[in-house]
Write a protein that binds this ligand. Structure first.
Ligand code: URP
Ligand code: ZN
Ligand code: ZN
Ligand code: ZN
Length: 471
């Protein structure tokens, strides 16, 4: 190892959101030291051959749930396995959600998450779930924002009797975010109507996973999204809408953005490709494996989301990585309302989006970078340190071979579960190398991610979304 750790990524086509060109990328001491033609490295530097490949800023996944205790269990991936899987799939930054228990001090919950997240292999920031509301929560947001760099807060319009907050408290929370320069996020589904439909379905004897999408129809997401957007617009605070799955929701966001409202919409690769027919699978484990909220949507919504991405109504992609094993999902064998909600994907996001988006002719490589990295970095005030390859940026670098193919499968993934929503799908365009702040963590099939090598990313308030809608 040279005194100054140096890696030269040589001979590839460098792609950022702004353009592409043939160039080498020289990484020194964890940062991008130079981008240009025929760069020379110091003796002893490691050379990564990127000939025939694209060289991209590392992926930024703005939405993961690692080590989360939920629905009587704990998700299958912890901060070690989840971040290692991310690295294997070209994602070098995660934003995970701290989840205080009801009434628990959010500062105390943050300390718990920081202890767990200390084992991360890639850099991470933390959002806070507003799992309850009151004076103490509002008061603690000041040190959370100003001293701890937790500048994004997720409010739930769904999960009645659990995380759901009434509109009055959401408005108070949005006002508090505006005062502190924090970015509110919303899980937008109408929780009152979901609770009503769940009871009605169970009373009619619909207890299997097919009841899950029936209890959460797309218009409930459309209504809640419009309501959240309206609350943010009236309060005068920017808004980030997580996991947009329905055409109605994408439309509400697109219209607000056209009026100049500062809204950022996120979707997930699964919502672009998978429809609700998965819930009719006769195998409970397959149907339950796809249970997440919002659910996969009827045919037609996928195409609408692609158009929303192309038109700029949606700006980021996350995974909502929230993995459970088949055994964990069986907790809901008797009734769909007890199936733990969530699917994996932190390892698959770049592969699926490159394959469907770039190979499919729907995204340019530049737009791919914006949607997988730069826009999320900007939304959460990590840009240009993350999401760019500017000199001085963190040396988070992905080498993607556009000719190589790979079959996605639970048998070969690093995500710690025996299920994949992408089981058996072949993708063309494979991440062959990942550098995380200059460390070579994924080297053509060799996963070298080390526990504890990721760092916490505190974020400053009043980020770029306060100046305007991004992406
Ligand atoms: O079903 C899901 N998405 N589980 C994770 C928590 C959330 O709502 O984002
Ligand atoms: Zn959610
Ligand atoms: Zn989530
Ligand atoms: Zn190496």
């Amino acid at each position: 190892m040279p005194a100054m750790a140096e890696t030269l990524v040589r001979g590839g086509t460098v792609v950022t959101e702004a353009g592409q060109r043939r160039a080498d990328v020289l990484c020194r001491d964890g940062r991008v030291a130079a981008v240009g033609e025929a760069l020379e490295a110091s003796p002893g530097a490691e050379i990564v051959d990127a000939g025939g490949c694209f060289v991209l800023p590392g992926g930024v996944d703005p939405h993961t749930h690692l080590q989360l205790p939920t629905m009587g269990t704990v998700v299958a991936d912890d901060f070690l396995s989840g971040t290692a899987a991310a690295a294997a799939g070209g994602t070098t930054t995660l934003l995970d959600f701290v989840g205080p228990e009801r009434g628990q001090s959010p500062l105390e919950a943050l300390a718990q998450w920081q202890a767990w997240a200390a084992r991360s292999t890639v850099d991470y920031g933390l959002h806070m779930t507003v799992s309850w509301w009151g004076e103490r929560f509002a008061a603690e947001m000041a040190p959370l924002v100003r001293e701890h760099g937790v500048t994004s807060y997720k409010f739930f319009l769904a999960y009645k009797g659990g995380l759901m907050l009434p509109d009055e408290q959401i408005v108070e929370g949005f006002v508090r975010c505006r005062e502190l320069g924090a970015l509110p996020q919303v899980h937008a589904e109408n929780g009152e109507l979901i609770a009503y439909l769940q009871q009605e379905l169970l009373a009619r004897g619909v207890t299997g996973p097919e009841g899950h999408p029936l209890s959460r129809p797309p218009q409930l997401e459309g209504e809640a999204t419009l309501r959240a957007v309206t609350m943010a617009e009236v309060v005068g605070v920017p808004l980030y809408v997580v996991h947009v799955s329905a055409a109605e929701a994408a439309e509400a966001i697109g219209r607000a953005r056209q009026r100049g409202v500062k809204i950022v919409g996120e979707t997930l690769p699964g919502f672009l490709a998978i429809d609700d027919s998965v819930y009719a699978d006769p195998d409970f484990d397959v149907a339950a494996g796809h249970v997440m909220s919002p659910p996969y949507r009827p045919k037609g919504h996928q195409e609408a989301l692609w158009r929303a991405l192309e038109a700029g109504a949606l700006s980021t992609t996350g995974t909502d990585h929230c993995c459970f094993t088949t055994a964990q999902k069986r907790a809901g064998a008797d009734r769909f309302t007890r199936i733990p909600n969530g699917c994996g994907g932190v390892e698959d996001r770049l592969h699926v989006l490159w394959h469907l988006g770039v190979n499919g002719g729907r995204l340019t490589p530049e737009r791919f970078v914006a949607l997988t990295s730069s826009n999320a970095a900007r939304a959460f005030n990590l840009w240009p340190r993350k999401g760019s390859l500017e000199v001085g940026a963190d040396a988070d670098v992905v080498v993607l071979d556009p000719a190589r193919t790979k079959t996605l499968s639970a048998r070969t993934q690093h995500q710690r579960t025996d299920f994949s929503v992408w089981e058996g799908r072949e993708v063309r365009g494979v991440v062959v190398h990942t550098l995380a702040r200059g460390r070579h963590v994924w080297a053509d099939g060799d996963l070298r991610a080390e526990a504890g090598s990721g760092r916490y990313l505190p974020r400053a308030p009043f980020g770029p979304v306060y100046q305007g809608a991004i992406g």
